[in-house]
Design a protein around this ligand. Structure first.
Ligand code: C5P
Length: 225
């Protein structure tokens, strides 16, 4: 049977905690990759740790959002690390996406749509009047036009995105129950996300907070229900 794929969001600067997360999330039922974001990549020891991490699927969540030249330079500057996936905000614009894709080489370039921490109200507050679903669909079309390798969206939009984007779909904003969503707004459960067609889930706090081993087992049990 095909294993469910998840990226664990390693959102800490604590190297021993990261080592523990990597060790305790290994599970024969899951295919696990590790996502390192702004917190870790900006930390003193983070980059050094990543340069030595071998035989893991590594996702650098840089979330580039800049002019084409700066996006290109940032990608070139990270190629010494053996990373598999890298993010860029689709709202950087089609020229930045195409330029980034040109230099990303073997790294899979992921286009980030509207953050899962935003709902329609939050989107209006920053001046976007389009409905989230329409905007995500529009951005997925741009990702397809720029030949990106993957798209990040909420699991709620996967079916929609699949209509226009045919490669990998990665979904954060995953919560086992509806009660604790923290700063996330557009959330679904792991099962709902896979049922909708997500290729990869991104899960951070629901796995890394508390007992990591127990949390992983809880996830596996939930998927087997
Ligand atoms: O702890 P939690 O499961 O909410 O973590 C989600 C992770 O996914 C965080 O590292 C966050 O930066 C990232 N992410 C997200 N929403 C996006 C893109 C990335 O939550 N749209």
């Amino acid at each position: 049977m095909k294993k469910n794929k998840i990226f664990i969001a390693c959102d800490t600067v604590n190297i021993s905690k990261i080592k523990k997360i990597i060790k305790e999330t290994k599970n024969s039922k899951l295919s696990v990759g590790y996502k390192f974001g702004l917190e870790f990549l900006n930390s003193k020891n983070g980059r050094n740790f990543l340069s030595k991490l071998k035989n893991e699927i590594i996702f650098a969540d840089l979330k580039l959002h800049d002019i084409p030249n700066t996006c290109v330079s940032a990608i070139k500057a990270i190629t010494d690390l053996k990373i598999n996936y890298l993010t860029i905000h689709i709202s950087s614009g089609i020229h930045a996406l195409k330029a980034a894709k040109k230099v990303s080489d073997k790294i899979k370039l992921i286009g980030v749509t509207i953050l899962t921490s935003l709902d329609n109200k939050g989107l209006k507050e920053i001046g976007f009047n389009m409905d989230i679903k329409k905007l995500v669909l529009h951005q997925a079309r741009l990702a397809s036009k720029a030949k990106l390798d993957a798209v990040v969206c909420s699991a709620k939009e996967v079916k929609l995105v699949k209509k226009v984007f045919k490669k990998e779909i990665i979904t954060p904003g995953i919560r086992m129950g509806k009660k604790i969503t923290e700063d996330q707004k557009r959330v679904l459960t792991p099962k709902q996300a896979y049922d909708n067609g997500s290729d990869w889930l991104v899960i951070g706090r629901p796995i890394t907070k508390g007992n990591v081993k127990k949390n992983i087992q809880k996830l596996v049990d939930h998927l087997n229900q």
